[in-house]
Design a protein around this ligand. Structure first.
Ligand code: TSJ
Length: 688
């Protein structure tokens, strides 16, 4: 009857995995590209934990030609001994029990949880097959799982062990874990791992885990093919051989400086106020706090925060603690050093944050993520410990002679920021007064909707008066507002708030949105929950889109991080028949071919050079009708990439821009700020 016992425990285990397959969204958010990558991150997180505990310093990720992926670390190896209660190996537990993570790591330093942290069993449940190899105790263990349709039982079996964990008797000194799996194409809408998504995230993880070496190899593409994408030309055959260019594309990330290198990377191409980023790591009340800062000559704040290695673009209590700590310490420092007169007021936090680039990485248990995109830390208990570690860290660094100059520069910058703040306040009051006078004029520009529910309302920012006019005719007045833009708005990169407010086009936009600007931006006051940029699919249109995104990113970041910004995608072509019997729209060249094939003989093609060429009816059915249009949401999933892109595209550092555009022109993906902007670069344009 002992085999019965085994079966029984086996069945409960399988029921767990069946639940995952039944409702994958509950465990990984979606079955789209995000969900697909999620099951890879589940595995990577396990290896990262092992590294964070100090048992591994190398992680290798490999994407194979058949679309499968593997992750290997050089840690202790997943425990292989038989669990006394369940009578199965540790490896089997990890891959067949939901949330098995906690079983082994009670005594370890593990902060998995939150967005990821559903466990490796979820990856197993959603894979066609999964193979594990563990090097441990001087030998090599192997185990396999698979998922298949059982026609006798008329149901899907998920993540079933093909056999028990076996000792292959292959002696080795090696230790570590290797997991190789094939995502199930009957679960996911796409099983195509995106090289740029995977490499961005691994790069980020390398920054966040100082000294950890992460290698990514993509066997689907050679080094030369990768290079050619970036440069538009390739080497001769002999040159290729010398470079090993026919080898698979491979990249290694390792940062001895950790998040301090991260800050240097973010500030690449900017003018720094002091040469080296400041770095500190401390712990308080069970919360680990690591931060690095460096000021530049720019005017906006750039804080990239993470909780348990997960980006938190919507901020939260850790950011509040961080900002509070900086303000408190620097005001104290300024007073102690007589940089503020006894009778003068303290600096405001904003003054210290002008031109600040910072990375904050917090590690804690029981994280609560909140916000529109669940990327905001909702644990109030994080605030005070972060604040106090920041104060303690900055104090100890300020006491070091080598950093004296840096702190003096910070206060100097704050002094100039404070001066401008006072001037800007006056400019803003004028702008406000002017705006109220302008309101009548504004009505002329903005065709406001009649509905009063911001969550339903949409604001279309349309390039050009003529397209603006068409959009006004096409819209549904109840919930769609149209704001036509005359010419190009001001490029706000490197502009101060007072200069931004002096620009009429942007003022109109700010007042239409109704939520303020800069640090006073309040998303609760927004008049529109969808802000849709509608520009032509040409160079100028791309540039206008970049300018608007830069404006939102620099001065209304919560608008972007909460997912309120969208890019409207007008079609590039219409394929039709003379007699009017067929009309098909195509949004890119591939689709054009599809539509031509679909329409058959005797078709005509119209190429739209701009929105202005469309009739109201065409604009409505292709671009504005919620049921048929093709909107792309701009999100801050990759705020770091967005930051780099903006510095590169919109700033004054020209070098690198062309290569950057070429490199990114071929990716055609769906959900980050970058990608949106990448779409337009289809023609490989450099603007300006
Ligand atoms: F979860 C997983 F199986 F998918 C996976 C786990 C995948 C990969 C690539 C690595 C790992 C992993 C797990 N690497 N290292 C570990 N370590 C343990 O599981 C481990 C080893 C020893 C002990 C111990 O207390 O002796 C504890 C743990 C958690």
């Amino acid at each position: 009857m002992s085999s019965n016992h085994y079966d029984a425990s086996d069945i409960t285990i399988l029921e767990g995995l069946d639940a995952v397959r039944l409702r994958p969204g509950m465990y990984i958010g979606s079955t789209g590209p995000k969900g697909l990558h999620h099951i890879l991150w589940e595995i990577v997180d396990n290896a990262i934990d092992e590294a964070a505990n100090g048992f591994a310093d190398k992680i290798e990720v490999r994407i194979y030609k058949d679309g499968s992926v593997s992750v290997e670390d050089n840690g202790r190896g997943v425990p292989t001994d038989i669990h006394p209660k369940t009578h199965v190996s540790g490896v089997q537990v990890v891959f067949t029990q939901l949330h098995a993570g906690g079983k082994f790591d009670e005594h370890n330093y593990s902060f998995s949880g939150g967005l990821h942290g559903v466990g490796a069993s979820v990856t197993n449940a959603l894979s066609k097959w999964l193979k594990v190899r563990v090097w441990r105790n001087g030998t090599t263990y192997e185990m396999q799982f698979h998922s298949y349709y059982d026609s006798a039982k008329k149901k899907y079996e998920s993540g079933v062990p093909a056999g028990p964990l076996t000792d292959t008797r292959e002696k080795t000194k090696k230790h570590g874990t290797f997991v190789h799996f094939m995502p199930d194409d009957s679960v996911f809408s796409t099983v195509d791992f995106q090289l740029d998504t995977v490499s961005h995230r691994l790069n980020e993880l390398a920054f966040l885990n100082k000294g950890l070496t992460i290698t990514l190899t993509d066997e689907r593409i050679t080094r030369n093919e990768f290079k050619a994408e970036g440069e538009g030309e390739s080497e001769t055959a002999e040159q290729l051989d010398l470079l090993g260019a026919s080898e698979p594309y491979s990249v290694t990330y390792c940062y001895e400086g950790g998040i301090s290198d991260f800050v240097s990377y973010l500030n690449d191409g900017k003018t720094k106020l002091y040469p080296k980023p400041i770095y500190y790591k401390g712990e308080k009340d069970g919360i680990l706090v690591e931060f690095s800062i460096q000021h530049t000559s720019e005017f906006t704040e750039n804080l990239f925060s993470f909780v348990n290695n997960i980006p938190t673009p919507e901020g939260g209590y850790h950011e509040m603690g961080f900002r509070g700590g900086i303000t408190r310490m620097l005001n104290d420092y300024a007073r102690d050093n007589k940089l503020i007169k006894d009778k003068d007021a303290n600096f405001l936090g904003d003054d210290f944050r002008e031109g600040l680039t910072a990375v904050l990485s917090v590690k804690m248990k029981n994280v609560q993520f909140e916000g529109q995109t669940k990327t905001k830390l909702g644990n109030p208990e994080a605030r005070a410990p972060v604040d106090s570690v920041v104060v303690e860290g900055l104090r100890s660094i300020a006491a070091m002679p080598a950093f004296k100059k840096a702190f003096e520069e910070m206060v100097k910058k704050a002094q100039s920021a404070a001066r401008v703040r006072i001037a800007a306040r006056q400019a803003k009051d004028t702008a406000r007064a002017k705006n109220s006078l302008d309101n009548l004029m504004l009505v002329g520009k903005l065709a406001a909707c009649s509905g009063k529910k911001p969550e339903l309302n949409e604001l279309f920012i349309v390039e050009g008066d003529s397209a603006g006019g068409t959009a006004k005719q096409a819209r549904i007045r109840q919930f769609q507002s149209i704001l036509p833009l005359r010419g190009k708005p001001l490029n706000v990169e490197k502009k101060r708030l007072d200069q931004v407010l002096a620009n009429e086009e942007l003022r109109t936009l700010i007042s239409a949105l109704g939520a303020g600007i800069g640090n006073e931006f309040n998303p609760d006051k927004l008049n529109y929950h969808k802000v849709i940029i509608l520009s032509d699919a040409d160079q100028d249109g791309f540039h206008i889109r970049c300018i608007l995104l830069t404006f939102f990113f620099r001065y209304m970041r919560p608008l972007v991080s909460a997912g309120h910004v969208y890019i409207g995608m007008p079609p590039l072509y219409k394929v039709y028949k003379q007699n009017g019997s067929v009309e098909e729209y195509a949004y890119d060249d591939n689709e054009l071919q599809e539509k031509i094939d679909k329409v058959g003989r005797g078709y005509l093609i119209q190429r739209y050079k701009g929105l202005g060429e469309m009739s109201a009816e065409q604009l409505w059915e292709t671009t504005m009708d919620p049921a048929r249009r093709n909107l792309t949401q701009v999100t801050l999933e990759d705020a770091v990439a967005a930051e780099n892109m903006i510095t590169m595209l919109m700033g004054d550092k020209v070098e690198g821009r062309k290569e950057f555009l070429n490199r990114n022109a071929n990716f055609n993906k769906t959900d980050s700020f970058m990608d949106r902007v990448k779409l337009k670069k289809e023609d490989g344009n450099e603007e300006e």
